[in-house]
Design a protein around this ligand. Structure first.
Ligand code: 5AD
Length: 363
Protein backbone atom coordinates (compact mmCIF):
# COMPACT_ATOMS: atom_id res chain seq x y z
CA UNK A 1 0.00 0.00 0.00
CA UNK A 2 1.42 3.36 -0.95
CA UNK A 3 1.32 6.04 1.75
CA UNK A 4 -1.59 8.44 1.70
CA UNK A 5 -0.95 11.85 0.20
CA UNK A 6 0.31 14.62 2.44
CA UNK A 7 -3.05 16.40 2.51
CA UNK A 8 -4.84 13.23 3.55
CA UNK A 9 -2.33 12.54 6.30
CA UNK A 10 -2.66 16.13 7.58
CA UNK A 11 -6.44 15.89 7.57
CA UNK A 12 -6.39 12.65 9.50
CA UNK A 13 -3.95 13.87 12.14
CA UNK A 14 -5.84 17.13 12.47
CA UNK A 15 -8.98 15.10 13.13
CA UNK A 16 -7.27 13.26 15.97
CA UNK A 17 -5.66 10.39 14.08
CA UNK A 18 -2.39 8.96 15.39
CA UNK A 19 -1.36 6.57 12.66
CA UNK A 20 2.47 6.50 12.86
CA UNK A 21 2.69 6.39 9.05
CA UNK A 22 0.67 9.63 8.81
CA UNK A 23 2.84 11.31 11.42
CA UNK A 24 5.97 10.16 9.65
CA UNK A 25 4.73 11.63 6.40
CA UNK A 26 4.09 15.01 8.06
CA UNK A 27 7.46 14.96 9.81
CA UNK A 28 9.21 14.27 6.53
CA UNK A 29 7.57 17.18 4.69
CA UNK A 30 10.13 19.14 2.65
CA UNK A 31 7.89 20.89 0.14
CA UNK A 32 7.52 24.54 1.26
CA UNK A 33 3.76 24.56 0.63
CA UNK A 34 3.27 21.36 2.60
CA UNK A 35 5.42 22.65 5.44
CA UNK A 36 3.44 25.89 5.50
CA UNK A 37 0.14 23.95 5.60
CA UNK A 38 1.41 21.79 8.47
CA UNK A 39 2.58 24.76 10.51
CA UNK A 40 -0.60 26.71 9.80
CA UNK A 41 -2.73 23.81 11.01
CA UNK A 42 -0.71 23.49 14.22
CA UNK A 43 -0.78 27.25 14.84
CA UNK A 44 -4.56 27.25 14.45
CA UNK A 45 -4.80 24.56 17.12
CA UNK A 46 -2.54 26.56 19.41
CA UNK A 47 -4.70 29.67 18.93
CA UNK A 48 -7.82 27.67 19.72
CA UNK A 49 -6.43 26.05 22.89
CA UNK A 50 -4.11 28.62 24.47
CA UNK A 51 -4.89 31.79 22.50
CA UNK A 52 -2.52 34.41 21.06
CA UNK A 53 -0.37 34.49 24.19
CA UNK A 54 3.12 33.40 25.17
CA UNK A 55 4.07 32.42 28.70
CA UNK A 56 7.62 33.06 29.82
CA UNK A 57 9.72 31.02 32.22
CA UNK A 58 12.83 32.66 33.58
CA UNK A 59 15.58 30.08 33.12
CA UNK A 60 18.07 29.75 35.97
CA UNK A 61 21.01 27.58 34.93
CA UNK A 62 22.18 26.98 38.45
CA UNK A 63 25.07 24.55 37.97
CA UNK A 64 26.96 22.80 35.20
CA UNK A 65 28.34 20.10 37.48
CA UNK A 66 27.04 16.80 36.21
CA UNK A 67 27.46 13.17 37.22
CA UNK A 68 26.35 11.91 33.81
CA UNK A 69 28.30 11.43 30.65
CA UNK A 70 25.77 11.78 27.82
CA UNK A 71 27.63 11.54 24.52
CA UNK A 72 26.01 14.64 23.02
CA UNK A 73 26.22 17.05 25.91
CA UNK A 74 28.74 19.82 26.48
CA UNK A 75 28.49 19.64 30.28
CA UNK A 76 29.08 15.87 30.41
CA UNK A 77 31.22 14.67 33.30
CA UNK A 78 34.29 13.90 31.21
CA UNK A 79 34.50 17.27 29.49
CA UNK A 80 37.62 18.60 31.19
CA UNK A 81 37.70 21.68 28.94
CA UNK A 82 34.80 23.22 30.85
CA UNK A 83 35.07 25.46 33.87
CA UNK A 84 32.58 24.19 36.45
CA UNK A 85 30.38 26.47 38.53
CA UNK A 86 27.43 26.38 40.86
CA UNK A 87 25.40 29.39 41.94
CA UNK A 88 25.13 30.15 45.64
CA UNK A 89 21.64 30.15 47.20
CA UNK A 90 21.80 33.96 47.18
CA UNK A 91 22.57 34.00 43.47
CA UNK A 92 19.66 31.67 42.75
CA UNK A 93 17.35 33.90 44.78
CA UNK A 94 18.67 36.98 42.95
CA UNK A 95 17.90 35.37 39.58
CA UNK A 96 14.39 34.46 40.78
CA UNK A 97 13.83 38.03 41.99
CA UNK A 98 14.93 39.27 38.57
CA UNK A 99 12.36 37.03 36.86
CA UNK A 100 9.69 38.12 39.35
CA UNK A 101 10.47 41.82 38.85
CA UNK A 102 10.09 41.36 35.06
CA UNK A 103 6.62 39.94 35.68
CA UNK A 104 7.53 36.42 34.60
CA UNK A 105 5.02 34.06 36.20
CA UNK A 106 7.45 31.24 36.74
CA UNK A 107 11.05 30.08 36.69
CA UNK A 108 12.86 26.91 35.69
CA UNK A 109 15.70 25.78 37.90
CA UNK A 110 17.94 23.69 35.68
CA UNK A 111 21.27 22.06 36.31
CA UNK A 112 23.46 19.04 35.77
CA UNK A 113 22.28 15.78 37.26
CA UNK A 114 23.48 14.79 40.73
CA UNK A 115 22.04 12.25 43.11
CA UNK A 116 23.96 13.05 46.30
CA UNK A 117 22.27 14.03 49.55
CA UNK A 118 23.99 17.43 49.75
CA UNK A 119 22.50 18.32 46.38
CA UNK A 120 18.99 17.27 47.43
CA UNK A 121 19.28 19.42 50.58
CA UNK A 122 20.66 22.35 48.65
CA UNK A 123 17.71 22.36 46.25
CA UNK A 124 15.26 22.30 49.19
CA UNK A 125 16.92 25.39 50.64
CA UNK A 126 17.03 27.12 47.28
CA UNK A 127 13.31 26.50 46.78
CA UNK A 128 12.49 27.81 50.24
CA UNK A 129 14.66 30.90 49.74
CA UNK A 130 13.21 31.61 46.34
CA UNK A 131 9.59 31.38 47.49
CA UNK A 132 10.28 33.52 50.52
CA UNK A 133 11.91 36.23 48.41
CA UNK A 134 9.09 36.34 45.85
CA UNK A 135 6.09 35.96 48.15
CA UNK A 136 5.27 32.52 46.79
CA UNK A 137 4.15 34.14 43.55
CA UNK A 138 6.43 32.25 41.18
CA UNK A 139 5.67 28.92 39.63
CA UNK A 140 8.73 26.68 39.82
CA UNK A 141 9.77 24.00 37.37
CA UNK A 142 12.72 21.78 38.19
CA UNK A 143 14.91 20.27 35.50
CA UNK A 144 17.48 18.29 37.44
CA UNK A 145 17.50 14.86 35.86
CA UNK A 146 16.52 11.48 37.24
CA UNK A 147 15.93 11.40 40.97
CA UNK A 148 14.58 9.02 43.60
CA UNK A 149 10.95 9.36 44.40
CA UNK A 150 11.70 10.39 47.99
CA UNK A 151 13.82 13.30 46.75
CA UNK A 152 11.14 14.33 44.26
CA UNK A 153 8.66 14.36 47.14
CA UNK A 154 10.87 16.61 49.28
CA UNK A 155 11.27 19.07 46.41
CA UNK A 156 7.53 19.01 45.73
CA UNK A 157 6.88 19.79 49.40
CA UNK A 158 9.43 22.61 49.25
CA UNK A 159 7.36 24.28 46.53
CA UNK A 160 8.32 22.95 43.10
CA UNK A 161 5.24 22.04 41.11
CA UNK A 162 6.50 21.19 37.65
CA UNK A 163 9.31 18.92 36.53
CA UNK A 164 10.92 18.53 33.14
CA UNK A 165 12.67 15.28 32.34
CA UNK A 166 13.43 14.78 28.70
CA UNK A 167 13.38 11.16 27.55
CA UNK A 168 15.75 12.37 24.77
CA UNK A 169 14.38 9.65 22.42
CA UNK A 170 11.74 6.93 22.57
CA UNK A 171 14.11 4.53 20.81
CA UNK A 172 15.56 2.33 23.57
CA UNK A 173 18.47 1.20 21.39
CA UNK A 174 19.45 4.72 20.44
CA UNK A 175 19.04 5.82 24.07
CA UNK A 176 21.42 3.08 25.14
CA UNK A 177 24.03 4.13 22.58
CA UNK A 178 23.80 7.79 23.62
CA UNK A 179 24.12 6.97 27.32
CA UNK A 180 26.59 4.07 27.57
CA UNK A 181 27.04 4.47 31.32
CA UNK A 182 23.30 4.73 32.10
CA UNK A 183 21.52 2.95 29.25
CA UNK A 184 18.31 2.12 31.12
CA UNK A 185 15.53 3.87 29.22
CA UNK A 186 12.79 2.21 31.26
CA UNK A 187 14.20 3.52 34.52
CA UNK A 188 13.99 7.04 33.16
CA UNK A 189 10.43 6.48 31.97
CA UNK A 190 9.47 5.23 35.42
CA UNK A 191 10.75 8.51 36.79
CA UNK A 192 8.02 10.23 34.75
CA UNK A 193 5.47 8.00 36.49
CA UNK A 194 6.99 8.90 39.88
CA UNK A 195 6.69 12.59 39.05
CA UNK A 196 3.03 12.14 38.23
CA UNK A 197 2.46 10.14 41.42
CA UNK A 198 4.13 12.92 43.42
CA UNK A 199 1.68 15.41 41.94
CA UNK A 200 4.01 17.34 39.67
CA UNK A 201 2.98 18.74 36.35
CA UNK A 202 5.13 16.56 34.14
CA UNK A 203 7.16 17.59 31.14
CA UNK A 204 9.31 15.60 28.80
CA UNK A 205 10.88 15.98 25.38
CA UNK A 206 13.45 14.73 22.94
CA UNK A 207 16.28 15.94 20.79
CA UNK A 208 15.41 16.19 17.12
CA UNK A 209 17.79 15.12 14.36
CA UNK A 210 20.07 12.87 16.40
CA UNK A 211 22.41 10.65 14.42
CA UNK A 212 20.58 7.37 13.87
CA UNK A 213 17.12 8.84 14.54
CA UNK A 214 14.53 8.46 11.77
CA UNK A 215 11.23 10.26 11.18
CA UNK A 216 9.53 7.00 12.18
CA UNK A 217 11.33 7.27 15.52
CA UNK A 218 10.17 10.88 15.99
CA UNK A 219 6.60 9.72 15.29
CA UNK A 220 7.04 7.20 18.12
CA UNK A 221 8.31 10.03 20.35
CA UNK A 222 5.01 11.86 19.86
CA UNK A 223 3.09 8.70 20.73
CA UNK A 224 5.23 8.40 23.87
CA UNK A 225 4.29 11.96 24.90
CA UNK A 226 0.67 11.03 24.39
CA UNK A 227 1.00 7.70 26.20
CA UNK A 228 2.52 9.43 29.24
CA UNK A 229 -0.21 12.06 29.12
CA UNK A 230 2.32 14.82 29.81
CA UNK A 231 1.49 18.45 30.57
CA UNK A 232 4.47 20.06 28.87
CA UNK A 233 7.00 19.37 26.16
CA UNK A 234 10.46 20.86 25.75
CA UNK A 235 12.38 19.75 22.72
CA UNK A 236 14.83 21.14 20.24
CA UNK A 237 17.23 20.28 17.47
CA UNK A 238 20.36 18.30 18.25
CA UNK A 239 23.40 20.55 17.77
CA UNK A 240 26.87 19.00 17.93
CA UNK A 241 29.33 20.18 20.56
CA UNK A 242 33.05 20.28 19.75
CA UNK A 243 34.04 18.78 23.12
CA UNK A 244 31.41 16.02 23.08
CA UNK A 245 31.98 12.75 21.22
CA UNK A 246 28.70 12.48 19.29
CA UNK A 247 29.06 13.43 15.60
CA UNK A 248 26.37 15.26 13.62
CA UNK A 249 23.68 13.30 11.81
CA UNK A 250 25.07 11.81 8.58
CA UNK A 251 28.47 13.22 9.54
CA UNK A 252 27.69 16.76 8.38
CA UNK A 253 25.85 19.39 10.35
CA UNK A 254 23.10 21.03 8.31
CA UNK A 255 21.39 23.77 10.35
CA UNK A 256 18.58 24.31 7.84
CA UNK A 257 17.74 20.64 7.79
CA UNK A 258 17.77 20.50 11.61
CA UNK A 259 15.46 23.50 11.70
CA UNK A 260 13.06 21.87 9.25
CA UNK A 261 12.94 18.70 11.32
CA UNK A 262 12.50 20.57 14.59
CA UNK A 263 9.67 22.80 13.38
CA UNK A 264 7.81 19.90 11.76
CA UNK A 265 8.16 18.01 15.04
CA UNK A 266 6.73 20.92 17.05
CA UNK A 267 3.81 21.19 14.64
CA UNK A 268 3.01 17.47 14.72
CA UNK A 269 3.27 17.43 18.51
CA UNK A 270 0.80 20.31 18.77
CA UNK A 271 -1.65 18.53 16.47
CA UNK A 272 -1.54 15.33 18.53
CA UNK A 273 -1.42 17.02 21.96
CA UNK A 274 -3.54 20.16 21.56
CA UNK A 275 -3.68 20.98 25.30
CA UNK A 276 -0.04 20.79 26.39
CA UNK A 277 2.50 23.56 26.82
CA UNK A 278 5.16 23.34 24.12
CA UNK A 279 8.37 25.34 24.51
CA UNK A 280 10.15 27.14 21.70
CA UNK A 281 13.60 26.31 23.03
CA UNK A 282 16.92 28.10 22.95
CA UNK A 283 18.40 25.45 20.63
CA UNK A 284 16.07 26.76 17.89
CA UNK A 285 17.52 30.21 18.42
CA UNK A 286 21.03 28.78 18.14
CA UNK A 287 20.27 27.73 14.56
CA UNK A 288 18.32 30.79 13.51
CA UNK A 289 18.09 34.20 15.15
CA UNK A 290 14.30 34.04 14.75
CA UNK A 291 14.17 30.34 15.58
CA UNK A 292 12.06 30.61 18.69
CA UNK A 293 9.53 32.85 16.94
CA UNK A 294 9.35 30.31 14.12
CA UNK A 295 8.70 27.73 16.83
CA UNK A 296 5.73 29.76 18.06
CA UNK A 297 4.32 29.89 14.54
CA UNK A 298 4.63 26.10 14.34
CA UNK A 299 2.54 25.66 17.49
CA UNK A 300 4.76 26.32 20.53
CA UNK A 301 3.46 28.65 23.28
CA UNK A 302 6.19 28.96 25.91
CA UNK A 303 9.63 30.62 25.91
CA UNK A 304 12.35 30.37 28.48
CA UNK A 305 14.44 33.55 28.55
CA UNK A 306 17.62 33.18 30.55
CA UNK A 307 17.73 35.10 33.85
CA UNK A 308 21.03 33.63 35.06
CA UNK A 309 23.73 36.18 35.86
CA UNK A 310 25.58 36.60 32.50
CA UNK A 311 28.92 35.87 34.24
CA UNK A 312 28.05 32.17 34.19
CA UNK A 313 26.30 31.86 30.87
CA UNK A 314 29.21 30.76 28.74
CA UNK A 315 29.90 27.85 31.09
CA UNK A 316 26.43 26.37 30.62
CA UNK A 317 27.46 25.29 27.21
CA UNK A 318 25.26 22.35 26.17
CA UNK A 319 25.94 22.67 22.43
CA UNK A 320 27.94 24.90 20.11
CA UNK A 321 26.61 28.33 19.24
CA UNK A 322 24.30 28.51 22.28
CA UNK A 323 23.08 32.11 22.18
CA UNK A 324 22.59 34.70 24.88
CA UNK A 325 25.97 34.55 26.61
CA UNK A 326 26.33 38.29 26.69
CA UNK A 327 22.68 39.22 26.83
CA UNK A 328 21.39 41.02 29.85
CA UNK A 329 18.05 39.75 31.04
CA UNK A 330 16.23 43.06 30.71
CA UNK A 331 17.41 43.65 27.13
CA UNK A 332 16.35 40.11 26.37
CA UNK A 333 12.87 40.73 27.78
CA UNK A 334 12.44 43.87 25.67
CA UNK A 335 13.57 42.07 22.52
CA UNK A 336 11.08 39.27 23.16
CA UNK A 337 8.33 41.79 23.80
CA UNK A 338 8.93 43.24 20.33
CA UNK A 339 9.32 39.99 18.44
CA UNK A 340 6.19 38.51 20.03
CA UNK A 341 4.16 41.65 19.31
CA UNK A 342 5.34 41.44 15.69
CA UNK A 343 3.61 38.05 15.48
CA UNK A 344 0.38 39.58 16.73
CA UNK A 345 0.69 37.90 20.10
CA UNK A 346 1.36 39.13 23.60
CA UNK A 347 3.30 38.00 26.65
CA UNK A 348 1.10 36.88 29.56
CA UNK A 349 2.82 38.48 32.54
CA UNK A 350 2.29 37.46 36.16
CA UNK A 351 0.56 34.19 35.29
CA UNK A 352 1.94 30.79 36.09
CA UNK A 353 0.77 29.59 32.70
CA UNK A 354 -0.20 26.02 33.48
CA UNK A 355 -1.12 24.10 30.35
CA UNK A 356 -4.82 23.58 29.58
CA UNK A 357 -4.08 19.87 30.13
CA UNK A 358 -2.77 20.52 33.64
CA UNK A 359 -5.70 22.78 34.48
CA UNK A 360 -8.18 20.14 33.33
CA UNK A 361 -6.35 17.57 35.44
CA UNK A 362 -6.50 19.65 38.61
CA UNK A 363 -10.22 20.32 38.26
N1 5AD B 1 22.16 19.59 21.29
C1 5AD B 1 20.90 19.87 21.61
N2 5AD B 1 20.40 19.69 22.85
C2 5AD B 1 21.23 19.20 23.79
N3 5AD B 1 21.03 18.91 25.09
C3 5AD B 1 22.18 18.47 25.61
N4 5AD B 1 23.14 18.47 24.68
C4 5AD B 1 22.57 18.90 23.53
C5 5AD B 1 23.04 19.09 22.20
N5 5AD B 1 24.29 18.82 21.87
C6 5AD B 1 19.72 18.99 25.71
C7 5AD B 1 19.27 17.62 26.21
C8 5AD B 1 19.18 17.81 27.70
C9 5AD B 1 18.98 19.31 27.84
C10 5AD B 1 19.37 19.88 29.14
O1 5AD B 1 19.78 19.84 26.82
O2 5AD B 1 17.99 17.30 25.67
O3 5AD B 1 18.11 17.10 28.30
Amino acid sequence: MSPAGFATALERVRAGGVDPADLQQLLEATDPDEIAALHRAAYAVKLATVGPVVHLRGLIEWSNRCARNCLYCGIRRDNAALERYSLSPEEIVAAARRAHSFGYGSVVLQGGERQDAAHADFIVRALEGLHEATGGELGVTLSLGEQDRAVLRRWREAGAHRYLLRMETSDRGLYGRLHPDHPDWEQRRRCLDDLRAEDYQVGTGVMIGLPGQSAASLAQDILLFRGQDVDMIGMGPYIPHADAPLPPDAGVFDPREQMRRALNMIACTRLVLPLVNVAATTALQALDEAGRERGLLAGANVMMPNVTDPTYRSSYHLYDGKPGDDEDAEACRRALERSIAALGERIAYRERGDSPRARARSR
